[in-house]
Design a protein around this ligand. Structure first.
Ligand SMILES: [Zn+2]
Length: 148
């Protein structure tokens, strides 16, 4: 019984760490395989001339970030889901704090929020899409960290 609980906790801890690694890679735009290399030359998505300037390979582990032409078309679906989630969050905030302002106010606020988040959404969608297909490799990360 106690051994079984210990195994379950270990499995839960491993899954939690894996999930945190995916979140770090997705939301901080790090290489999904080594979690060390940056995906973009300029890490600030609000430098708009550089927003789409993505490395072709990870500078740390040489993972190919663009495995085939049109690879990131699928990121549009992620972007759509991300935008819907933000819209729902803005709607809930509107409902809780400024419901009496009306629908037009909500639409204006939503437009401003989505426009302000667009560069970050663009990059995060690509990172999440890449994370769907690339597995984290802790051994490779140790090599990358040891080599630098
Ligand atoms: Zn890497």
């Amino acid at each position: 019984m106690l051994l079984n609980l210990s195994r379950r906790f270990t499995t839960f801890a491993v899954l939690l760490v894996a999930m945190l690694n995916k979140l770090k890679s997705s939301f901080f735009h790090k290489c999904p395989r080594c979690l060390e290399g940056d995906m973009y030359a300029d890490m600030n998505p609000y430098h708009l001339k550089e927003t789409a300037n993505m490395y072709t390979h990870c500078p740390k582990c040489n993972l190919n970030f663009i495995p085939e032409p049109g690879y990131f078309y699928g990121a549009m679906y992620v972007s759509y889901a991300f935008t819907v989630a933000v819209s729902v969050a803005v709607f809930i905030a509107h409902y809780l704090f400024s419901w009496e302002q009306g629908t037009l106010f909500f639409i204006i606020i939503l437009t401003i929020v989505l426009a302000a988040l667009a560069p970050y959404t663009f990059r995060t969608s690509r990172a999440i899409w890449l994370n769907f297909f690339i597995k984290y490799d802790p051994e490779l990360r140790k090599k990358v960290l040891g080599g630098s």
